[in-house]
Design a protein around this ligand. Structure first.
Ligand code: GUN
Ligand code: ZN
Length: 434
């Protein structure tokens, strides 16, 4: 097997950085290297220490750029590539007027394949190496995404949405067909290559109680699978959900009733949770996924990151693009907007914590930190290489940057795809080759 030695400045996290001075929370190597073989990190650390193990290896030198574990995006909708930047609606109208018509086309396998390929191209262009992805209701859409991710050797989590009401007929399954199609997709794709299946009831409004029971059956038959859905994004959505499930105490109570909360459950948005609902997420280890560009774009509300993280019963959190309600595929752009939402609540997220959240923090939220999110030996060789001086504006700003924390903050605040020098998937360069 060929070995590759990648030389760069390295940054990887050990745990959440509590302040910008929390230096024991990360490892930084000014002259670092990762040794990769068979898609796996064999060694990482100081270049002079690693180099003797690299006899015969191909050498790639990214100095002076910064190499980190690839970004992780825990919530995105690949069938919404032609929905992004649709004007003027809040969530429920946005779904009905723009999103559902666009998703209706994904019964066509060739359309699904084209968009799946474009979606994964875009992830790679933005330095994102793993995403948790919603497909459309059609099995063909999940087939297309899994096939394309497998061809590229990418680790993704995905599932076809289950939705059997409150949507056009072209976009609904039934409790039984949603169960059967999900079951067949799990059998075919879950655990194959680097692919993971997520049971994906879209949200309470589009799933009948009978479909929720089917999702519950799937979850109990496959307890190792992720579950992804939406929760508490928009006031009208909350009111309608509670109306549709009058026996449930609140919106979270709906997913609780059907056994859908747990440490592998990813709940998009979670903006307007009561204390009872936050307790229910905390007690089950469910993950609240912050989607700042989407929440701002749709006018949904402001996620209170530190209220959730610092409460007596804290929540696990992640940060995600939520494209195409979200307005950028870039995790840097997403984190920049996240920083501003957090600032609105009177708090400042330190730059190390931002980059922890986009890498190890999100990997932990996906329960995948044994595979991704760090530069640890024996984990997947998925990397992003960043240039904080990628544009004239960034270059000028970097003339006055003196610390690593400042460099990270410049990347977060001013960076985008132009700052992504290279993206490695399983040890192979993927951005320069698309
Ligand atoms: N709630 C249910 N479906 C969706 C979706 O596609 N996007 C967002 N932002 N919220 C949802
Ligand atoms: Zn979403």
């Amino acid at each position: 097997m060929t070995k590759t030695l990648i030389r760069a400045r390295l940054l990887t996290f050990i745990r959440e950085p509590l302040t910008a001075e929390d230096h024991s929370s990360y490892r930084y190597e000014e002259d670092g290297a990762v040794l990769v073989e068979g898609g796996i990190i064999r060694a990482s650390g100081n270049y002079a220490e690693i180099e003797p193990q690299a006899a015969g290896a191909r050498l790639v030198d990214h100095r002076p750029h910064l190499l980190l574990p690839g970004f992780v995006d825990p919530h995105a909708h690949f069938p919404q590539m032609q929905v992004i930047a649709s004007y003027g609606a809040e969530l429920l109208d946005w779904l009905n007027n723009y999103t559902f018509p666009a998703e209706s086309e994904f019964g066509d396998g060739s359309h699904a394949a084209r968009i799946a390929s474009s979606f994964l191209d875009e992830m790679v262009r933005q330095g994102t190496t793993t995403s948790a992805v919603y497909c459309s209701v059609h099995s063909q859409s999940a087939e297309a995404l899994f096939a394309e991710a497998e061809r590229r050797g990418m680790r993704i989590i995905a599932g076809k949405v289950m939705m059997d009401r409150n949507a056009p007929v072209t976009l609904t399954d039934t409790p039984q067909s949603g169960y059967d199609d999900t079951k067949a997709l799990i059998a075919k794709w879950h655990g194959r290559s680097r692919l993971h299946y997520a049971i994906t009831p879209r949200f309470a409004i589009t799933s009948s109680p009978k479909q929720m029971e089917m999702a519950q059956a799937l979850a109990s038959e496959h307890p190792d699978l992720h579950i992804q859905t939406h929760l508490s994004e928009n006031r009208a959505e909350i009111a309608l959900s509670c109306e549709l499930y009058p026996d449930c105490v609140d919106y979270t109570g709906i997913y609780e009733k059907y056994g859908l909360l747990g440490p592998r459950t990813l709940l998009g948005h979670c903006i307007h949770l009561s204390e009872r609902e936050a307790d229910a997420l905390s007690d089950t280890g469910s993950v609240a996924v912050f989607c700042p560009t989407s929440n701002l774009f749709l006018g949904s509300g402001l996620f209170d990151y530190f209220r959730y993280r610092r409460r007596a019963r804290p929540l696990r959190t992640a940060i995600a693009t939520d494209t195409g309600g979200g307005t950028s595929y870039s995790m840097l752009r997403t984190m920049d907007e996240g920083y501003k939402v957090i600032a609105f609540h009177g708090e400042k997220l330190n730059p190390f914590a931002s980059f922890w959240q986009m890498t190890l923090g999100n990997a932990e939220a996906l329960s995948l930190a044994d595979h991704i999110g760090t530069l640890d030996v024996r984990t997947d060789a998925d990397f992003v290489v960043l240039d904080a001086s990628a544009t004239p504006v960034m270059r000028l700003r970097m003339e006055r940057a003196e610390t690593l924390a400042e460099e990270l903050f410049v990347l977060q605040t001013l960076g985008d795809d132009r700052s992504i020098v290279e993206t490695y998937i399983a040890g192979d360069p993927a951005k320069s080759t698309v």
